[in-house]
Ligand binder design. Structure first.
Ligand SMILES: *[C@@H]1O[C@H](CO)[C@@H](O)[C@H](O)[C@H]1NC(C)=O
Ligand SMILES: *[C@@H]1O[C@H](CO)[C@@H](O)[C@H](O)[C@H]1NC(C)=O
Length: 298
């Protein structure tokens, strides 16, 4: 390749790899908050321990290593989830543009695209989420991820790995709806960025606000999903938490409406620093790729 061709953007695989590496770094850093979240969501009592109490309790009663139990499924899920997200956004975005005859995205179309992509993504993540929740559960006696898979397949068949599909679908659909629903307005309200740093800052702020709104909207569905996925199937018995919307009512009735927000605090605590780690690692990795590939890549 001659340098007269001018600068070229990095190939898709480089961007994809940078995203996946960033995602994995974020998981490695903040995974314990995820364990705390699941524990709080599975707690059926009325007065929870709170984030710090739950964290301390795990360390004291079960040891520090329990804060990392169930780490493997989310790591394995990162690349396929990312690939699905890209492909689904592309597919649904183009489909809706064609259907409406619009030439570019507007807010309602991007909400619709986001919701559809979230719903598509949920199909990929369910088995990984299921195995993760089973390992994070306090009463879990599984030896590891493969032990969970084997025991589920043995008792319920391959389809058993899709337990919690319906609630995961709603969880992802509503998160994306909340996120894309507000990110447009937040961007418009921020001062116009003049430098790359300012653009980065604007993205971090709008991403965090969008993430908070997405989390506010989807936490009840996350609680239901954790409850559904933590209950092993018993033949002939209809599980206590079954369809998503009735399960929301069951939880609100038995534990009070606030119970639908169990785990909200650790979820939100993870957002801003998590977004920061993602941005930093993406930038760092892309810079490393540019150096390694050399000109003409920029
Ligand atoms: C976006 O485009 C769709 C399809 O043409 C239209 O129905 C909708 O009103 C537009 N929304 C906004 C916020 O402009
Ligand atoms: C709810 O329970 C019934 C009976 O066990 C079952 O057929 C149905 O698939 C369950 N729904 C979900 C979402 O698991």
């Amino acid at each position: 390749m001659s340098s007269t061709e001018g600068p070229k953007p990095l190939p898709f695989v480089a961007n994809f790899a940078a995203g996946a590496i960033a995602g994995i770094s974020e998981i490695l850093t903040f995974y314990p908050l995820g364990v705390v979240k699941t524990r709080m969501q599975l707690e059926t009592g009325k007065s929870g321990l709170g984030v710090v109490g739950t964290f301390k309790g795990i360390v004291k009663q079960e040891g520090v290593s329990r804060l990392y139990r169930g780490l493997v499924p989310p790591l394995l899920m990162e690349a396929p989830k990312r690939a699905t997200k890209f492909a689904a956004n592309d597919f649904w975005g183009n489909t809706y543009l064609k259907l409406t005859g619009e030439s570019k995205m507007n807010q309602s179309l991007s909400v619709l695209t986001g919701c559809s992509a979230g719903a598509t993504e949920s199909f990929v993540v369910v088995p990984f989420e299921l195995v993760k929740i089973r390992l994070q559960d306090k009463t879990s006696t599984y030896k590891g991820p493969m032990d969970v898979v084997k025991s589920i397949v043995k008792s319920d068949g391959l389809l058993g790995l899709y337990a919690g599909m319906e609630s995961t679908f709603w969880r992802h659909l509503w998160w994306n709806g909340g996120y894309f629903g507000c990110i447009f307005q937040v961007r418009a309200m921020l001062p116009k960025p003049e430098t790359p740093q300012a653009t980065l800052m604007n993205n971090l702020i709008s991403g965090t606000v969008g993430g908070c709104v997405g989390t506010m909207v989807n936490t009840p569905f996350d609680v239901v999903k954790s409850r559904i996925q933590s209950q092993p199937a018993v033949p002939g018995v209809v599980p206590k938490y079954n369809w998503t919307y009735p399960a929301l009512l069951t939880i609100a009735r038995e534990e009070g409406p606030a119970a639908l927000y169990k785990g909200f605090v650790p979820k939100v605590l993870r957002l801003a620093p998590g977004g920061g780690v993602l941005l930093l690692v993406v930038e760092f990795t892309l810079t490393a790729f540019r150096k390694a590939l050399g000109p003409p890549y920029v």
